[in-house]
Ligand binder design. Structure first.
Ligand code: NAD
Length: 498
């Protein structure tokens, strides 16, 4: 069985403990590879390797760093199809999604930051007659990047690309639930002759390997994407150690639909924004608010559209809904559906797990993939689920489910829907559908979320600030924000003698 290894100091290495964890294929529900059960000793080795590489990497000009990063890009582009297959097998998501979104975005992340670093500038302040101040932006040193399982390579590279481009050396920990594409990336780094120790990848459990990274004294910053509870723990540990922190956390995003919207575009997009990646995107709109005159029509059309989505083999091109990432996550999502029923909700569609064990998992498109044989689809599938008749402030409508479950709620006025939308403790993203420009601006101004999409969803420009308000996070990624995060400002004041 394939053993994933850590990538430390430019080489693939076994964990010090020589212990490995099971890595599951969610569509088959079976172990298909092993991942290092790393601990603080592996993290310490990785930090040492990164410290050793830092003096040379941090002093390299941005264009030379760019050239190194672009060699990795060329290899990801070459391997786009096999990386998409690997992501699909590891995560359960449809390969079509991984091929159209996840892997292209990993490429875009590297390209964006490799080039952005060449366009940075620092400031100067003239204190007239007395001095000139100039501000240096210097790379922090060794930084830690910790990423989740829902968009594995996409979010992993979203963190490491700006860190590397800004001159930092990185110890990164991908999710133990989806380690495969980070491992494949480490192999590509070796092939690209990426300088040893500049990027190190340590696999393992959150509390053990991730915790060791967060508490290591020589790690200057932590860039974390994951759950709010984990973020809370990291913040508690990082604060007394005076580490810089960027936290991208959970969400419970509103999708607000006014009766004057462009109906067909809204409907088609709302199907995607509700159920893409089995609803496991932090930006999915899980609370759908519909202006009352449109409510019944929307309900009927939405249920009909969603009932046409094909649940099945993630490697099959015609599949819309793949497997849920793990048994634990499936159980969590199902438990929220039970909660919704107990809270008085009416299930309009779905609500159950799906048995596909009579079907076979297709590997014919990629016979060389890590999974050895075609298997039955005995893994974790769930029906896309639509619920109505719940109060806006019940637990189902307040807590993050992070699965293919949405609720429908009617509203009458802007004031009312703003109360509903802002009632949660999260504030990541929101979507507003209306042809009334003034109303769109009014809502955008008052809604409590770091990102507002008007008449669209997940339309991303990597230059824009990305992040959440309230319990959805601290700080912003994207654009020059991320490059700034990985650098420290130093002001130099030069006295001028007349
Ligand atoms: P998680 O918090 O369980 O894990 C995320 C990462 O943190 C993993 O690599 C994990 O191993 C590590 N980790 C866990 N405990 C740790 C600890 N004590 N110290 C250090 N590292 C630790 O989250 P998840 O279940 O992998 O991801 C789902 C969550 O991520 C959802 O809440 C989702 O909303 C959120 N998310 C947010 C964004 C965003 O941009 N805001 C994007 C994607 C996912």
């Amino acid at each position: 069985m394939l053993k994933i290894e850590n990538y430390i100091g430019g080489s693939l290495v076994a964990p010090v403990s020589e212990n490995y964890l099971d890595n599951f294929n969610p569509a088959c529900g079976e172990v298909y590879s092993l991942i290092p059960d790393s601990d603080e000793r592996d993290v310490a080795r990785a930090v040492e390797a990164a410290k050793k590489a830092f003096p040379v990497w941090s002093k390299m000009s941005a264009d030379v760093r760019h050239d190194h990063l672009m060699k990795i890009v060329a290899l990801i582009e070459r391997d786009l199809d096999s990386l998409a297959t690997a992501e699909s097998i590891d995560n359960g998501k449809p390969k079509t999604l991984a091929k159209a979104v996840d892997i292209p975005r990993a490429i875009a992340n590297f390209k964006f930051y490799a080039t952005a670093a060449m366009h940075t500038a620092s400031e100067a302040f003239e204190t007239v007659g007395q001095a000139i101040n100039y501000t240096l932006r210097q790379p922090l040193g060794v930084v830690g990047c910790i990423s989740p399982w829902n968009l594995p390579l996409y979010l992993f590279t979203w963190k490491i690309a700006p860190a590397l481009a800004s001159g930092c050396c990185v110890v990164a920990k991908p999710s133990e639930i989806t380690p495969m594409t980070a491992y494949l990336l480490s192999k590509l780094c070796i092939e690209a002759e990426f300088p040893a120790g500049v990027l190190n990848i340590v696999h393992g459990l959150g509390a053990k390997a991730g915790g060791a990274l967060v508490t290591h004294k020589d790690v200057k910053a932590i860039s974390f994407t994951g759950g709010t509870k984990t973020g809370e723990w990291i913040a508690r540990e990082a604060a007394p150690r005076f580490k810089k922190l960027s936290l991208e956390l959970g969400g419970k995003n509103p999708n607000i639909i006014f009766a004057d919207c462009d109906y067909e575009t809204m409907l088609e997009t709302t199907v995607r924004s509700s159920f893409s990646n089995q609803g496991q995107i932090c930006l999915c709109g899980s609370r759908i608010f519909i202006e009352r005159p449109l409510y019944e029509k929307f309900k009927k059309d939405f249920v009909e559209r969603v009932s046409q989505l094909k649940i099945g083999d993630p490697l099959d091109k015609t599949t819309n809904i793949g497997a849920v990432v793990s048994r634990e996550h499936l159980e969590k999502v199902l438990s929220y559906i039970e909660l919704a029923k107990a809270e008085g909700g009416t299930i309009l569609l779905g609500g159950k797990s799906v048995d596909l064990s009579n079907e076979t998992y297709s590997l014919k498109e990629n016979p060389k993939s890590a999974h050895p044989n075609p298997k039955s689809l005995t893994g974790w599938f769930i029906e896309p689920t639509i619920i109505e008749n719940l109060a806006f402030d019940c637990r189902t409508n307040q807590e993050e489910i992070f699965g293919a479950v949405v609720t429908l709620q009617p509203f009458d006025t802007e004031e009312e829907v703003l109360v509903y939308a802002n009632s949660v403790e999260y504030g990541l993203s929101s979507t507003v559908w209306t042809e009334n420009l003034s109303r769109a601006h009014r809502i955008a101004e008052r809604i409590e979320s770091g990102i507002v999409w008007i008449n669209c969803w997940l339309l991303r420009d990597l230059r824009t600030p990305f992040g959440g308000m309230k319990q959805s996070g601290v700080g912003r990624e994207g654009g020059f924000e991320a490059l700034k995060f990985f650098t420290e400002e130093k002001n130099v004041c030069v006295r001028i003698f007349p």
